[in-house]
Unconditional design. Structure first.
Length: 335
C-alpha cells in the first residue's frame, strides 16, 4: 500500500523531463490524490482562468512514479480501483480561443473569442450527482456523477518532454470518459522505469469535451500498478469487463480515428487470432467509436468492441481480471 499526496511544489507539468517522486514495485496498490486542472485556484465565478492561472502551469500531474523493473518494450498496466471527488464542489469554464466551437490558434478566424465564464458545480457523493446551474437564469439539473481521469500517461521515448495538455502514443491528456473505476489502462514503456503520472480528474465529461473543460475536480484515486514484461503496446489500450479498446491521438480527427481502428485490428490479430481483414470486417459492423476529445493539441478517438463478439480469449494474460479481483479485495478490507 503506497499512499501519496503531493505538495504543490511536487506537481509534474510534463510527461518526460520531470524528476520522479517515488519508486513502486509491480503489484503495488497506490492511494493517490490529484489536484484539479486549475490547480485548485478556480473556486468561484470571479476566478477567471486568465486571472488565476499562469500558463503553462495548468493541468498538474501526480507523479511521475518509477516502476521497478520496467524497460522499453514492456507494457505498464494501471487498474483503477476507485476514483472519488475529494471536495463537494467542482468547476468548469469557457476560455477564449479554446474549445471545439470557437476560433483557436490552429483554426484562425476573425471572430472574437467567446466570453470567459465560470460554472461551479455542487458535488454530492452520497447521491452520486452533481448540479449544473445556468448563469443566465435559475434553471438547474442534476447530472450523474461519473468520475474519471482525463490524463494518464508515461514518459515518451527519445528524451521528449510533452506538455500535460497533449495526448499521444505515451497517453497523456486523452480525456476519455472510459478512464473510470473498473478500467485497466495499458501503456507501452518507453524509458527505464516507465515514469507514469495521473491527473486531470473530472466528475463527469461528455464525449468530445466540447468547450475544452469538463467538470474539473480534485480526486482521491486508488490504482494497482503491474508490469507485463516483453510485450509492447504501441498506443494506449483500455480493458473493462465488457470491452477492449484502443485509442488514437492526432490531428486531423480522422487520423486519430484511423490510429485507434488500426491498433484495434492489430490487437484482434495478435491476441484473438483474427486475420487483419477479418478483424477489419468485424470492427466495421460491431465497433463503437466514441470521440474522447476534439479540443486538445491532439484529438483523441476511442475504438471499442464488446468481448462477447470475440473469440473466448483473454488479453495480456488475463491481467485485467486478476487486478480487478485484487481491487475488490482492497475495497472489501477497507470497508
Amino acid at each position: 500500500m503506497v499512499p501519496y499526496r503531493p505538495d504543490p511544489s511536487e506537481f509534474a507539468w510534463t510527461f518526460g523531463g520531470a524528476k520522479p517522486i517515488r519508486s513502486v514495485a509491480p503489484g503495488a496498490v497506490l492511494e493517490l490524490w490529484t489536484e484539479d486542472a486549475f490547480g485548485g485556484k478556480v473556486r468561484g465565478p470571479d476566478d477567471l482562468v486568465s486571472k488565476v492561472i499562469e500558463f503553462p502551469f495548468v493541468n498538474p500531474q501526480t507523479g511521475p512514479f518509477v516502476v521497478e523493473g520496467a524497460e522499453p518494450g514492456d507494457t505498464l498496466a494501471l487498474h483503477f480501483v476507485a476514483i472519488e471527488p475529494s471536495r463537494d464542489w467542482a468547476a468548469s469554464s469557457t476560455i477564449p480561443f479554446f474549445g471545439s466551437l470557437t476560433s483557436t490558434h490552429a483554426t484562425a478566424t476573425l471572430q472574437e473569442g467567446l466570453e470567459e465564464r465560470i460554472w461551479m458545480y455542487e458535488v454530492d457523493v452520497k447521491r452520486r450527482t452533481l448540479t449544473f446551474r445556468t448563469l443566465a437564469d435559475d434553471f438547474s439539473t442534476d447530472l450523474p456523477l461519473d468520475p474519471m481521469h482525463g490524463t494518464v500517461g508515461v514518459a515518451p521515448a527519445s528524451f521528449e518532454a510533452r506538455s500535460s495538455l497533449v495526448p499521444d502514443s505515451h497517453g497523456g491528456n486523452m480525456d476519455t470518459p472510459e478512464m473510470r473505476a473498473g478500467t485497466t489502462c495499458y501503456l507501452g514503456v518507453n524509458i527505464e522505469g516507465a515514469l507514469f503520472s495521473i491527473g486531470d480528474g473530472h466528475c463527469r465529461q461528455g464525449e468530445g469535451e466540447s468547450c475544452g473543460v469538463a467538470v474539473e475536480a480534485a480526486m482521491d484515486t486508488v490504482l494497482i500498478v503491474d508490469l507485463i514484461k516483453g510485450v509492447a503496446t504501441p498506443w494506449p489500450r483500455l480493458e473493462t469487463d465488457d470491452h477492449v479498446m484502443s485509442t488514437g491521438s492526432a490531428r486531423p480527427l480522422e487520423d486519430a480515428f484511423r490510429i485507434s481502428q488500426v491498433d484495434l485490428v492489430q490487437w484482434l490479430e495478435s491476441e484473438f487470432g483474427l486475420t487483419p481483414l477479418d478483424g477489419y470486417q468485424l470492427l466495421t459492423q460491431a465497433s463503437e467509436t466514441p470521440v474522447a476529445n476534439v479540443v486538445d493539441p491532439n484529438y483523441t478517438f476511442v475504438s471499442k468492441i464488446r468481448k462477447e463478439y470475440l473469440p473466448e480469449r483473454t488479453v495480456y494474460g488475463g491481467i485485467h481480471t486478476r487486478l480487478r479481483e485484487m481491487g475488490a479485495r482492497y475495497l472489501a478490507e477497507r470497508s
